[in-house]
Design a protein around this ligand. Structure first.
Ligand code: 4AD
Length: 481
């Protein structure tokens, strides 16, 4: 079965799709190539022209519809009176035949056959900018409505779609329930003040729409914590918004965060184990199911090799190393900064992206968990580390080339301790009353994490910038459509 259609039903499916009054949706190119119709049957197909080639009276059109990296070869025998151009959307009715070329099958249009049809559905101007030769990703970003027609960017969007299903499977197998959290919130989960304000266009400052200041969420963690207390384990994949002036290849103003909250968790290593299993699971799934689609879509050999090397890095047989923040500082000073007085870190300094990348790429050559950061560097909800009161029970997962992929922690579930931490940080008790209240009503030890979906997609596809793995990137100064 495929798309709910059995092989036996194929004939009916394809022939009914030929009729213009049919209510059956037409087959995709992926479907036609995966479940070929019978040889010599009449088949209708549609897509965009990817390439046109001519030899004497024979013309070839490579047709692509985005459902797969593969194009369908249409052979035109005789004249169609159509000037086929790259980018046009076209439709053909012709005979399904075995191919003499690299594909198993192709569509043969013969102008002498009455039933055969060729038509242009959507014309393109002479200046149509997506041509067969590859364009730089930077140039493609100037074409926000067309860039997804390129093989590379289309394959990345298919990867995203596949990954969502894979995460769903992983979480289902682990009894983690998918929930939705609000995108509009009155809280600042991370306490960094990087929020976008949400207000009705016409409201007066003294009469805010929600009765109090409201923001686009920076992380759904706090709401997931509430739900984890009722459902044991929950997860969500949600857009998150950050008003940070970061002009890098790994920051977006709107990005998707995959977050999970797990009850009855007492140690940060339980969350690290779970996170590592999850990322290994989805990577294995990608390699098993869509590696070919991804590899064929990358014409650039270096990009393809980098992508495949990234898969190997994730799937290495050794467990990913785990070090504490204190150990990370020691390694950076002893090895990276050996003999140099400049650039040495002292305990309490932030580990910069440059250090993180060095640790994962050069030192460990592996994803690496850094645990137990200084309390002052992390948000209010993290409890102290075991036997330590200057660090908190948290981790960042660092991966080569990207830096931080996941951030997570145990959550403080003790009411008194959490209240005290809010006071220590001069945070509003009133605004956080709702969050505190879960610690007063059958509180449960728990912990969780958040992973930047675009950063994972960039790593698994080998793309250099996360702006190229989201359909419509939003960054400071850029929101073109
Ligand atoms: O480390 P962060 O800020 O953690 C949190 O927000 C926690 N409340 C999550 C949780 O525990 N539920 O963000 C988590 C991840 C980062 O590791 C990074 O991968 C991604 O979100 N991220 C971004 N991705 C793209 N653009 C940005 N501006 C990002 N900021 C964070």
């Amino acid at each position: 079965m495929f798309c709910g259609i059995s092989r036996r039903a194929w004939r009916t499916y394809s022939s009914s799709a030929l009729s213009s009054s049919s209510t059956t949706i037409p087959p995709t190119i992926k479907h036609l190539l995966s479940f070929p119709p019978s040889v010599d049957s009449l088949v209708k197909t549609q897509g965009h022209v990817k390439a046109v080639r001519s030899f004497k009276n024979l013309h070839f059109v490579d047709l692509s519809d985005g459902s797969t990296h593969s194009t369908l070869n249409v052979v035109l025998n005789g004249d169609t009176n159509i000037n086929f151009k790259v980018g046009q959307s076209v439709s053909f009715v012709g005979k399904w035949v075995e191919s003499k070329g690299s594909q198993d099958y192709e569509l043969l249009y013969d102008s002498t056959e009455n039933e055969h049809k060729a038509a242009v559905i959507g014309e393109v101007p002479e200046s149509y900018p997506i041509q067969k030769k590859s364009s730089s990703y930077q140039f493609l970003r100037t074409l926000p409505t067309l860039r997804h027609r390129t093989s590379s960017l289309a394959s990345v969007l298919r990867l995203r779609s596949f990954l969502e299903g894979s995460f769903q499977r992983f979480f289902e197998q682990n009894d983690v329930i998918k929930v939705s959290a609000p995108l509009i919130t009155s809280s600042d989960c991370e306490g960094a003040g990087e929020q976008f304000i949400v207000e009705a266009k016409d409201s007066k400052p003294e009469n805010p729409f929600f009765g109090k200041p409201a923001y686009l969420t920076v992380s759904t963690q706090l709401h997931l914590e509430v739900l984890s207390q009722s459902l044991n384990r929950v997860w969500a994949l949600t857009p998150c918004f950050r008003a940070e002036e970061s002009h890098t290849n790994r920051h977006l103003s709107e990005f998707w965060m995959l977050e999970a909250e797990l009850s009855y968790i007492e140690s940060v290593h339980q969350i690290c184990d779970f996170t590592e299993n999850m990322i290994r699971y989805v990577t294995q799934d990608v390699v098993q199911s869509i590696a070919n689609d991804l590899a064929q879509s990358r014409y650039n050999k270096d990009e393809r090799q980098a992508m495949e090397a990234n898969w190997k890095t994730i799937l290495q047989s050794e467990p990913w190393p785990r070090i504490t923040y204190t150990e990370a500082i020691e390694i950076i000073n002893k090895i990276k900064n050996k003999g140099r007085s400049k650039g040495r870190l002292t305990w309490g300094d932030s580990i910069q992206t440059e250090h993180e990348k060095w640790l994962a790429e050069t030192h460990f050559k592996s994803p690496v968990f850094i645990t137990d950061y200084p309390k002052a560097q992390k948000p209010f909800y993290m409890p102290e580390s075991e036997n330590q009161n200057s660090t908190v029970a948290c981790f960042d997962l660092i991966i080569p080339g990207i830096g931080e992929l996941v951030g997570g922690s145990v959550r403080e579930h003790n009411y008194e301790k959490l209240l005290q931490e809010l006071k220590n940080r001069n945070m509003s008790i009133e605004d956080n009353e709702w969050y505190l209240s879960i610690r007063e009503n059958g509180t449960v030890p728990h912990g969780g994490f958040g992973m930047g979906m675009e950063r994972l997609v960039a790593f698994l596809s080998g793309m250099a910038s996360i702006k190229d793995v989201i359909a419509f990137p939003r960054t400071p100064g850029s929101c073109s459509c």
